[in-house]
Design a protein around this ligand. Structure first.
Ligand code: KG4
Ligand code: ZN
Length: 345
């Protein structure tokens, strides 16, 4: 039995978890800063790292307590070392090093995206993947506020980045357009709710042209949404919208455009690489219209974990760390954060 304390602080969630054998979540404590950042309309990096500093020790203590663990029960400590915000990553990495040193535990550095991938191996009630049925090759679509990546996985630890966004992440586009429409932050859920009352055929947002058929681009659709609003009248200095603006229709049309792009690329990649399943994760995969469209347009089965494993959490880092631990990987205490870390095969 392998029990790993995992730490995640790459963006605006401070999280610690204890995961057993890469599959069983013994505890997973998440302190979200989303309400704090809401007033800035996005993540404020300085503030994020300061909040991680305040939260990390109590969050780790809570994770240990909830799992009824003493330090002697642990086999390793794992932490996200990138990609993410440098000032945020450093808080988690330093905490993990401190624990590794104080309790003579092996240290394992994890790529945040690998965490999102391994979230699908965790045993959960209800939603989620029937783990025993996962056979390689698998296709992962990671869609969050910071990421939009299509990753092909041919075996444990073997990845190929098939496609990625060339500009904004999908969630970022949701957040920016929600802000434009005065719908608040985070924008994804707000757009989804508004879209339910709107007409998706109100406006057709053109698909971007990208060289690689599996790459994404969302800056064009974001700008097109701005132009559409401006075509209805002037936007005031405080973001006041033109009177009578059909916000719900614009939200529905925008959401449809983003989803169409996500689904088209994913479907094409799943076909090309003949993957046995499509696995969604990241905050945007909470979007019901995306899930429905993906399921109806793709022939491979489509899975997503429950929401608490879709968004940033340390349990997924513990799941990824298990496979690395078993493969004998150990990091030195000189391990550094890598804000621009890529997923290497
Ligand atoms: O994974 P996540 O919680 O944090 C990171 O960005 O790492 O993802 C947050 C993103 C935000 O951009 C938010 O607007 C988006 O996920 N999101 C959604 C929905 N719920 C959250 N986007 C579309 N539809 C949703 N229902
Ligand atoms: Zn994430």
């Amino acid at each position: 039995m392998v029990r790993i304390l995992a730490i995640e602080t790459s963006c605006d969630e401070t999280s610690a978890a204890i995961v057993q054998d890469g599959r069983v979540v013994l505890s997973n404590v998440v302190a979200s800063q989303v309400d704090l950042h809401a007033q800035y309309g996005g993540v404020f990096p300085e503030l994020a790292s300061r909040m991680h500093v305040e939260a990390i020790v109590p969050i780790m203590a809570q994770a240990m307590e909830q799992a009824h663990m003493g330090w002697g029960d642990l086999d390793a400590v794992a932490v996200t070392r990138g990609p993410g915000l440098a000032g945020s990553l450093v808080v988690g990495v330093n905490a993990a090093k401190g624990i590794a040193l104080a309790h003579s535990l092996p240290l394992i550095g994890i790529n945040h995206l690998e965490g999102h991938i391994y979230a699908h191996w965790l045993k959960v009630e209800g939603d989620g993947v029937p783990t025993e049925e996962l056979c390689f090759p698998l296709l992962f679509l990671i869609v969050s506020g910071g990421h939009t990546e299509l990753i092909l996985m041919r075996g444990h630890g073997q990845y190929e980045l098939v496609g990625e966004t060339l500009d904004d992440a999908a969630g970022e586009a949701f957040d920016k357009v929600a802000r434009l429409l005065g719908l608040g932050y985070p924008g994804g859920p707000a757009i989804e709710t508004a879209a339910q009352q709107g007409n998706p055929a109100y406006h057709h947002f053109a698909r971007p042209k990208v060289d690689n058929p599996y790459d994404f681009s969302f800056s064009g659709i974001k700008t097109a949404a701005l132009r559409l609003v401006q075509s209805k009248g002037n936007i005031g200095p405080q973001g006041q919208l033109p009177t009578g603006l059909p916000i719900n229709n614009i939200a529905a049309s925008f959401q449809t455009g983003v989803i169409a792009q996500l689904v088209e690329r994913t479907r094409a990649a799943a076909q090309e690489y003949d993957t046995t399943a499509i696995l969604l994760s990241g905050g945007v995969s909470a979007n019901r219209a995306l899930r429905t469209a993906m399921k109806s347009r793709c022939s491979a089965p489509v899975y997503w974990p429950p929401l608490w494993l879709c968004t940033d959490n340390a349990a997924m880092i513990g799941a990824a760390a298990y496979w690395r631990f078993q493969a004998g990987e150990r990091a030195g205490l000189d391990m550094d954060v890598e804000p621009g870390l890529r997923l290497a095969g």
